[in-house]
Design a protein around this ligand. Structure first.
Ligand code: ATP
Ligand code: MG
Length: 240
């Protein structure tokens, strides 16, 4: 497989206890690209991200990041390997300030040494957070909260960013802004992104490849531009 494969899953099976949720996932994401994963509720999208993040241990198969197998690695060892997950809803600490939330994102020693510098950079990328550093995260608007959650994930300077439905609770305009920020991070910093989204039309405008997850299996993959124009996908996932 090409050395441009940043993330590769080979026949990954995973689930919760006896219940298997993912049935043999094969997925390759080249460096510097955005992979969109779409599918119905309960298809296993969040479980897929959890497996990559080490929050769910695969029962079988391999997960390879940058040529190193990470399947079954503990979640707390992953930031040091350059991986960050923004879970659904962002999961900020509501009673801590924006700044404290961001500082928590830099908890690996390498990143911590440069926290102040990174805070400056992050504020450049997310100007919406500029005047909010001392505000409680629980008082942010939905869009600000999602931006803050992404910003927190970026504090550790990950090479691979995973986003679980960043548009939940956001207006169409705010969704567009969040997705555009993600696209810019990829363009400017060469970040690799795996993004799970229900807003299929919107996410396909920034994705390179799209993968359809159905009952724990990837049933179709292809260039986002091709998927966007596919009548079956339009009907099933884009409400057209
Ligand atoms: N912690 C858990 N323990 C047991 N079962 C779980 C757990 N989390 C998810 N599941 C089950 O795994 C299946 C896939 O769930 P998952 O959250 O991965 O789907 P999803 O595609 O992210 O759905 P949604 O679009 O609703 O977020 C579902 O049947 C769900 O009930
Ligand atoms: Mg989910």
């Amino acid at each position: 497989m090409s050395e441009r494969a940043h993330l590769r899953l080979e026949d990954v099976h995973a689930g919760y206890g006896e219940a298997e949720v993912l049935y043999g996932i094969d997925l390759t994401v080249p460096r510097g690209q955005i992979a969109a994963v779409v599918g119905a509720n309960g298809a296993g999208k969040s479980t897929l991200l959890s497996a990559i993040a080490g929050l769910v241990r695969p029962n079988a198969g391999r997960i390879i990041l940058d040529g190193k197998e990470i399947g079954g690695a503990r979640a707390n060892s992953l930031p040091a390997r350059g991986l960050a997950l923004v879970p659904e809803g962002g999961r900020l600490f509501p009673f801590m300030t924006v700044r404290e939330n961001l500082e928590l994102g830099a908890y690996i020693p390498m990143a911590r040494a440069r926290t102040v510098e990174r805070l400056e950079e992050i504020t450049e990328i997310f100007p919406i957070l500029r005047d909010r550093h001392n505000q409680l995260a629980g008082r942010l608007s939905g869009g600000e909260r999602q931006m803050c959650a992404i910003a927190r994930a970026l504090m550790s300077r990950p090479a691979l960013l995973m986003l679980d439905e960043p548009s939940v609770g956001l207006s169409p305009i705010m969704t567009e802004r969040v997705l555009e920020t993600v696209a810019r991070l990829v363009r400017d910093d060469g970040l690799t992104v795996v993004i799970v989204e229900q807003r299929v039309t919107e996410v396909l405008t920034i994705a390179d490849e799209a993968h359809i997850l159905d009952h724990g299996r990837i049933v179709r993959s292809g260039p986002a531009a091709v998927m966007q124009n596919d009548p079956q996908i339009q009907e099933t996932y884009m409400g057209l």
